[in-house]
Write a protein that binds this ligand. Sequence first.
Ligand code: ZN
Ligand code: ZN
Length: 265
Amino acid sequence: MRITLLGTGTSHGVPTLDCMITDYATCPVKVCRKAQDNPRHRRTRASILVQSGEAHILIDTSQDFRHQMLINRITHIDAVLYTHGHADHIYGLPDIRSYCRRQNDSISIYGLEETLRILDGAFDYVFHPTEYVGGGIPTLTPYLLDDGCQMNGLTIEAIPVVHGPLMGCQGYRLNDVAYIPDVKHIPPESLARLRNLDLLILNCLRLRPHQGHLSLEESLDYAHRIAPQRCLFTHLAHDIDYEVETRRLPDWIEFAYDGQSVEVP
Ligand SMILES: [Zn+2]
Ligand SMILES: [Zn+2]
């Protein structure tokens, strides 16, 4: 099983437009400025690709989907699992059309009922086409996934988490790999589904607390409680300077970076 970290940034991405506009005056530890010279500080919006045998399963279609597919030369997609309906996780959806056309087939998408409803509302022209739309539209088949299923030889489990007060959100476990990019609180029933992981990819937004995401201290606490073989922190904001903050991590935890590829036995 190979996991590719397509994007590891928070919703603003890194560098942020805010910091560029102020010539980096607003950048707390100047990560946005450093990103000009160090690609490891450049973070597109969060998404991963899971490859297992011939299967290519994408988790979320970020606003940077097109760029991520080009740079990683992803030529096939079998299915997309959606974590939730926030903009940074869904707005690459229209570009799936290239894969539908090439594969000459509809692509299955999965998520919570609420997430599928948000997609349906955001992309009315995709899910309710009335006539030919210039440029083509993706042909997608939505499926509710709020528990578990088998897909291309993988056992997939939904991991319900609390991200914010207003939105349903879930991570996913695929065999012994779990991906939870947006989370503030992991309920005990979900923690119980995260035992014996080879790899955990977990939200770590920034140093200060946030109402919808884990801070570094909270991410470290969950990582220790879940105790996977290896852990990557993702959905990182611009106050995580990996060169500085890595010193606070044990050797089995790292900050993820765009384009990182991890082999899981
Ligand atoms: Zn997000
Ligand atoms: Zn979110």
